[in-house]
Structures are given as C-alpha cells and as structure tokens.
Ligand binder design. Structure first.
Ligand code: NAP
Length: 283
C-alpha cells in the first residue's frame, strides 16, 4: 500500500485506511479490520461518537493490543485517529474526552485527534487551543478537524497557526464531490490532508444507472472493480486519503486494491460521469 504525508506532521498514512462507524457485528468487524491491517490499511479511524453507537473504540483497543506479524502490537503499526464530539468542546471536556478515548483504545497517545464538527456551546478558539494543549501534553501527535468548510479552516488556522492542522476529514464520494469545489484545493495549498469519509456514500455507492455503467466500463478497462476505480479516483491527488468502512473480509480485500493509479483517460471519464455539483456537504 502506498503511503502519503499526513499534513506536515512527518507521519505517513496509507492511501486507503479503515473507518469504524456503525459496526454491526463485533466479531466480523474484528476479522475484517485485522485483514485490513495485514494489507497495509493501517490508518484506523474512530470517534467517541462511534463508541457511544457501537463500541468502536473499545473494540479497537482490544484489537490493536494483539500482536501483529512481527510480534509487536498492531497499535505500533497504526495511525490511530479519534474525534472529540462538539458537545465536549470546552477545554476541560476536551481533555477528559481525550483521556476516555485513550483508555478505551488502550493507548497513551493518539496519532490524530479531530474536532468532529463545528458546533456546541464552546467557542471554536477554546476547543482548538485545548487540542493544541493535548499535543503539548503528549496525548496527541497531530490535530485534525472534520466537516470544516473553507471559512472554518481559515478561522482554525488563524487560531492554531500555519501548518498545525494535519487533516480535514470530509464527506467525499463519487456522487458527492462537493469537497472538490473549494475545500480540497484549500487543503492542497495549505499542506492539509483531506481524509475522504463515506467514500462509498455510506453503502449507497452509485445510484445513477448511466454513471454506474460508465464506471463499470472504466473499471473493466483498468482491470479493477468499480469500487476500486472509485477509491483510486478519490485518492488520485497526493493530499487525499480515504477511509472506507467494511466489516466483511472480502470487502476489505477489494478496498485494499483501490490503491492503484488510474490512467489519465480513465480519470477524465469518471470525472465527466460524476460531475462536481455544489460545495461541501456533511451527513
Ligand atoms: P462507507 O465507507 O462509504 O460505506 C460503508 C458501507 O459500504 C458498509 O455498508 C460496507 O459494508 C460497504 N462496503 C465497504 N466496502 C465494500 C465493498 N468492497 N463492496 C461492497 N460493499 C462495501 O461509509 P461510512 O462508514 O459512512 O464512511 C467510512 C468511515 O468514515 C466511517 O466508518 C467513519 O470512520 C468515517 N466517517 C466520518 C464522518 C465524520 O463526520 N467525520 C462521517 C461519516 C463517516 P460492510 O460493512 O458489510 O462490509
């Protein structure tokens, strides 16, 4: 699996990682996530919100403590990301939420800690300064933001300083390329990694028949599956990585194959079949 720079942190992340929102079956999810790790999908994404929903952080804590192929715990091979919920945006609540995540994840440091989205009672500056404090305290290696539009990014950068935002995690899939309108170019210009969430539209994948037929045709010419072509298209620029969620081993294996370079002509055909409409949206 090819890796890319995570912002300006010096951390390397694979082009295709793994999401863990809305896990349904813990045993299946563990098996699938492990296979993903073996295949190099070592960027693992969770959130306190996903813990509340389906115990994602607790599951990952157990899983990443297991020995990898070299005998060292999988945690040591991972770029582990979690997120603070906006309702915990006050300074003390950010620290306490991070501590809870660290305990559940059985680790003493997160590689990336995101502000999940802008909202809640606390001023943005307070939340971001609290995240910076966690970096200084050694609990977190890098700061991420999520669902931030360009205005939010400018404001966050003014608070934190240039080069401090490692990643902006946003909705980005073939049928919703709104991130490409303004947010992705801003991230590219400022050395911020764009992490594509819901790269398969949370499972809906491609609904439009005509566009699906074109994607099928491109995939067949490129010798890959339509989902692999979709992932390859999303991560075609070096500042973008994707985090599909899969709890079926076959799905994970297919997704790992999305780390491929499409020919220019294939990129252009997918681009034309799935045009950018509007700006950034969230789910
Ligand atoms: P997604 O990755 O777009 O789609 C997941 C769905 O696609 C699951 O139903 C999965 O099935 C299925 N799938 C995966 N690979 C497949 C394959 N090769 N063939 C057929 N089906 C396949 O959805 P998502 O979970 O919304 O997004 C991914 C991750 O992004 C999340 O898990 C989370 O970590 C993150 N996220 C972040 C935010 C945010 O606000 N920051 C919001 C949403 C998501 P199985 O599970 O049955 O394999």
């Amino acid at each position: 699996m090819r890796t890319r720079a995570l912002g300006k942190t010096g951390i390397q992340v694979p082009a295709i990682g793994q999401g863990t929102w809305q896990l349904r079956d813990a045993r299946a999810a563990e098996e699938a996530l492990l296979e993903g790790l073996r295949l190099g999908m070592v960027h693992v994404d969770t959130a306190e919100l996903y813990e509340w929903g389906s115990g994602s952080e607790t599951l990952l804590g157990g899983l990443l403590s297991k020995p990898g192929e070299d005998g060292r715990p999988w945690r040591e091979h991972c770029v582990l990301a979690s997120k603070v919920h906006p309702r915990n945006g006050a300074a003390k609540a950010v620290a306490s939420a991070c501590k809870d995540s660290l305990v559940r994840l059985q680790t003493d440091r997160l590689d990336l800690y995101y502000h999940h989205w802008r909202g809640g009672q606390a001023p943005l500056e307070e939340t971001l300064q609290a995240l910076a404090g966690l970096v200084d305290a050694g609990w977190v290696r890098a700061i991420g933001v999520s669902n931030y539009d360009v205005e939010d990014l400018e404001e966050a950068q003014a608070v934190l300083g240039r080069g401090r935002i490692a990643a902006n995690q946003v909705l980005y899939h073939l049928e919703d390329r709104g991130a490409e309108a303004e947010v992705s170019p801003w991230c590219r210009r400022h050395g911020v990694t764009l992490v594509a969430y819901s790269p398969f539209g949370s499972g809906a994948f491609v609904r439009s028949g005509r566009a699906a037929a074109e994607l099928d045709a491109v995939a067949s010419e490129a010798g890959c599956t339509p989902r692999q072509a979709a992932l390859a298209f999303l991560v075609r620029e070096p500042h973008v990585v994707a985090i599909p969620k899969a709890e079926k081993v076959a799905h994970v294996r297919e997704n790992a194959g999305g780390d491929l370079k499409l020919r220019k002509e294939h990129v252009e055909r997918i681009d034309a079949a799935f045009p950018v409409r509007g700006g950034l949206r969230t789910i």
